[in-house]
Structure formats: structure tokens, C-alpha cells
Design a protein around this ligand. Structure first.
Ligand code: ZN
Length: 183
């Protein structure tokens, strides 16, 4: 796939609901994808991006919350969780919607880096939240799935509009409001 074809997919696009495939070996193609994903994430003022969000059904994520550097990872999964927190989360694939999501406060993630080396990462607070959000994307899960009943009613129309857009028209640039967490 040509790099220029990558664009952020929006709610309604079927790729966002697929379980991402595990990567048996990290290659130059994956390294190229990770770089392009990082570029798109920064361009959209995001702090995390998972491959399904750019239409790639593979287990790759990039994360940069501004405090721990840029993570480029394949096959990330959570091996330990502790505590609880709830942060209001936005998502580049669900523009205009935010949901307060209850997640673990501290986690340990096992993954492989862009050179195929096994790594373990301990994350807490915001970074832990972002890891859990991106790993959800690899499972086909979105923040709207966590919305309580009344919130679901409130965002129903917006989701219908996004869904119609993603099916019929070129996807608009995600709306990024400064100060809002976009992942
Ligand atoms: Zn997201």
C-alpha cells in the first residue's frame, strides 16, 4: 500500500471493528507503517494511534503522551493491571465525541519494538490510559462501547452522521480541539 493512501478511519468503517492480526515478524513494511502512523498522529494532535485507525488490520500502535517519548510497538498486550482511574477520552476515529472510561491506573505491557525486540513497559495514569485505549482498538473496541445508557442516547445521532459520512463520502479531517485528549 502506498503511504499516501493512509488516512484516519472514522466510526462506521468496518476495519475499526475487526480484531487486528498478530505480527509474526516485524519487517521494513511495518517500520514504514509505524513511521507513517506517528506522522499522522502528530499531524492530528493525537497522543496515540492504532493501525486499524488507518485501515490496517495488524497489531501496531504508536503512542506519545509528551512525557515518555514515542513508542512504536507491535503486538502489545497487557500483562498486569492495578488500581482504577477514569479519564475523559476522545478518539481520532470518533471525532467530536468524548467518553469518561474507567480503566486500570497502572499496567504492564508486553510488546515487541520496531526492531522485533521483546519489551516490557510499565505505565501509569495518562500513559496507562492511552495504552489501554490503543490496545482496545486492536480488539475492535471503541470508547463509545463504554458509554453509559444516557450518554449513548446523547451521541446516537452524532455516531449515525459519522457512520454515514464514512460510508458515502471522503472522510473529513478529524476535528481536534486543543486540550482534549485525542487517541
Ligand atoms: Zn481511539
Amino acid at each position: 500500500m502506498a503511504k499516501t493512501e493512509l488516512r484516519i478511519r472514522v466510526f462506521g468503517d468496518a476495519v475499526l471493528r475487526k480484531k487486528a492480526k498478530r505480527i509474526p515478524q516485524v519487517t521494513d513494511v511495518h517500520r514504514g507503517l509505524l513511521s507513517e502512523m506517528a506522522r499522522l498522529m502528530y499531524a492530528a494532535n493525537g497522543v496515540g494511534l492504532a493501525a486499524p485507525q488507518v485501515g490496517i488490520n495488524e497489531s501496531l500502535v504508536v503512542i506519545d503522551t509528551g512525557t515518555s517519548g514515542l513508542f512504536k510497538l507491535a503486538n502489545p498486550h497487557i500483562v498486569k493491571r492495578e488500581g482504577a482511574q477514569a479519564i475523559e477520552e476522545g478518539c481520532l476515529s470518533v471525532p467530536g465525541v468524548s467518553v469518561k472510561v474507567k480503566r486500570a491506573k497502572r499496567i504492564e505491557v508486553a510488546a515487541v519494538d520496531q526492531y522485533g525486540k521483546a519489551v516490557r513497559i510499565e505505565a501509569s495514569d495518562l500513559l496507562a490510559c492511552v495504552f489501554q485505549h490503543e490496545i482496545d482498538h486492536l480488539e475492535g473496541k471503541l470508547i463509545v462501547d463504554y458509554a453509559p445508557f444516557f450518554k449513548k442516547l446523547k451521541i446516537k445521532r452524532q455516531l449515525e452522521m459519522l457512520s454515514a459520512q464514512s460510508k458515502n463520502e471522503p472522510v473529513p479531517e478529524p476535528e481536534t480541539k486543543s486540550g482534549k485528549l485525542q487517541l
